[in-house]
Design a protein around this ligand. Structure first.
Ligand code: ADP
Ligand code: ZN
Length: 528
């Protein structure tokens, strides 16, 4: 639907087409920028309201807006909602039969559409590009919106090769504004998106990723199923929740076990028949208090506002994954909880999976680093939310609403160890990764140590009192707290940051979480 007034305002469209009375957060600034022909890179958490950021400008500018999206199910839902609101919207993807696709193409060609959602592989066909040329030449191409823009990142989990080809858009349609949107992008991925989509000069809109109503709780595993059951029974006995597991088998087993315990739980993973999956999903959305035990196949595009908890029985693959998955809790803004049980064994297992995978060395290095950053979060002794937000480049005070804020964990004083680690980084020239540094600290005469003459430096063997595992924790936390930085281009070499100075000068301490075996040991000693 074309808005009739001579210069329809963004607010007018928001009210009359979408039925909302006010923009949220940065929506208005984004809408005005894009409607005026500017390029934009938008980072906004899931549920933040990204769609309106391109839907409103689509109606403010003349012609058709092209929305690139990789999610067929989502396209369908969005288009239905738009059509219901009186917007002339359609989609083109592999789910359409040839005849329906032709009808959509005719409407596009005739300039009858306000918005067209299209899968990236479809957009790149010569036939479709011809149609876009025609629209451009007749001044009826409103804008390009690139949804889920992180799919362009080769190092992300959602990489779609077709997204790389979207770089032809600015070459072929330089005058048409582009808006790229994503809910998941750390600082590096952000730069990758800007680079690959040619959006270096685009204005950036970065919304806060804080979800204040979610309480983060991470416990150490000790019979995790029982811990989960206890958590659900104590805190959410009849509420909707999602339990994530890594493998299909574990999903099935956990769902069955929860059922045996009298809970209303269903399994969901990509190995189940399509109709079973659909039925379980529908039940989860419609019924109250259902628990979905699932792999990460479940959740993309699920918009259920009253999910009260998201539990992880396995480590997610990355902080982004964790944020994304836990973000499905509490969309209604009411208190909700992200609960996770983890064990050092999980880390070992995931590291082995990375080592044994067929991926390139560079990819493995990044994957290891992702895992380390996540482990930095689970091992953290201070506010979880602070850690999580720091990952997205945000600073925040301690939240008072996570396990570490509410019940500060027991710690051990690792100040000496951290100083040794830092000086070892320095003495070896800030050119080595944690593995080699630990060998030097522990006084191991490996080939590499001898080759570099590191058995002759002052930090050789000064850290033999800690085992390798403990040293790993020290280095992980030095990275997590940004006292050292990781250089991915140089084999994950570590170097000191300015933040390391107070510790080196003896002005700051360094404390680490007391792990279970240690606390047990202490308890035994104490009771003996
Ligand atoms: P995202 O794509 O960022 O995950 P959506 O665009 O799907 O988020 O929006 C999430 C929900 O918030 C939707 O139900 C949407 O209708 C609602 N919403 C977005 N913006 C507004 C607004 N300004 N006022 C009221 N509701 C809004
Ligand atoms: Zn906190």
């Amino acid at each position: 639907m074309r808005v009739i007034s001579p210069t329809p305002s963004a607010l007018h469209v928001l009210e009359h087409v979408f039925g909302y009375s006010a923009f949220r957060g940065e929506q208005q600034a984004i809408v005005e920028h894009v409607a005026a022909g500017g390029d934009a890179l938008v980072l906004m958490p899931t549920g933040g309201g990204k769609s309106l950021c391109y839907q409103v400008p689509a109606l403010l500018r003349s012609g058709t807006a092209i929305v690139v999206s990789p999610l067929i199910a989502l396209m369908h839902d969005q288009v239905s909602a738009l059509v219901e609101a009186g917007v002339k919207a359609a989609f083109l993807n592999s789910s359409l039969d040839a005849e329906s696709a032709r009808a959509v193409e005719r409407a596009l060609y005739g300039g009858e559409l306000d918005l067209l959602y299209v899968a990236p592989e479809r957009l790149m066909t010569p036939r479709f590009l011809d149609q876009l040329d025609h629209l451009r030449d007749t001044g009826r191409l409103a804008l390009f919106a690139i949804d889920e823009a992180h799919c362009v990142s080769q190092w992300g989990h959602d990489f779609r090769p077709e997204y790389l080809q979207l770089s032809i858009l600015p070459e072929r349609y330089p005058a048409i504004p582009r808006i790229a949107l994503t809910a998941t992008a750390d600082r590096l991925t952000r730069e990758e998106i800007a680079g690959r989509l040619n959006l270096q000069d685009a204005r950036r809109f970065i919304a806060s990723f804080d979800r204040p109503n979610i309480r983060y709780t991470i416990v150490e595993k000790d019979d995790p199923r029982r811990q989960l059951l206890h958590f659900i029974r104590e805190e959410y006995p009849s509420e909707a929740g999602i339990v994530y597991c890594l493998s299909r088998r574990k999903v099935e087993e956990t769902a069955a076990w929860l059922q045996e315990q009298g809970l209303n739980a269903l399994p969901y993973h990509a190995g189940l028949a399509q109709d079973v999956r659909a039925a379980h999903q529908t039940r989860f959305l419609r019924e109250d208090g259902l628990i979905m035990v699932a792999t990460i196949a479940f959740g993309m595009g699920i918009d259920k506002p009253d999910v009260r908890f998201v539990a992880h029985l396995d480590l997610p693959r990355s902080i982004e994954g964790y944020y994304q998955e836990t973000g499905r809790a509490g969309r209604d803004g009411l208190p909700a909880q992200a609960w996770m049980a983890w064990g050092a064994q999980d880390v070992v297992q995931q590291r082995r999976m990375i080592d044994e995978s067929e991926a390139s060395e560079e990819f493995k290095r990044l994957a290891r680093n992702r895992l380390d950053v996540l482990v930095g979060l689970v091992e953290a002794t201070t506010c979880r939310r602070q850690h999580l937000l720091a990952y997205f480049g945000e600073e925040a005070p301690p939240c008072g609403n996570c396990d570490n804020c509410l019940h500060p964990p027991q710690t051990w004083d690792a100040t000496e160890a951290a100083r040794k680690a830092l000086s070892c980084v320095y003495r070896t020239g800030q050119r080595y990764g944690a593995g080699h540094l630990i060998d030097v600290l522990r006084g191991e005469t490996t080939d590499k140590v001898l080759e570099r003459g590191h058995e002759r430096i002052s930090t050789f063997g000064i850290g033999s009192e800690l085992d390798e595992k403990r040293w790993r924790t020290v280095f992980r936390q030095l990275v997590a707290r940004e006292l050292v930085a990781v250089d991915h281009e140089r084999y994950n070499a570590l170097r000191l940051t300015d933040a390391a100075r107070p510790l080196l000068r003896g002005e700051a301490g360094f404390h680490l979480r007391l792990e279970r075996e240690r606390s047990r040991g202490r308890a035994k000693r104490r009771s003996a």
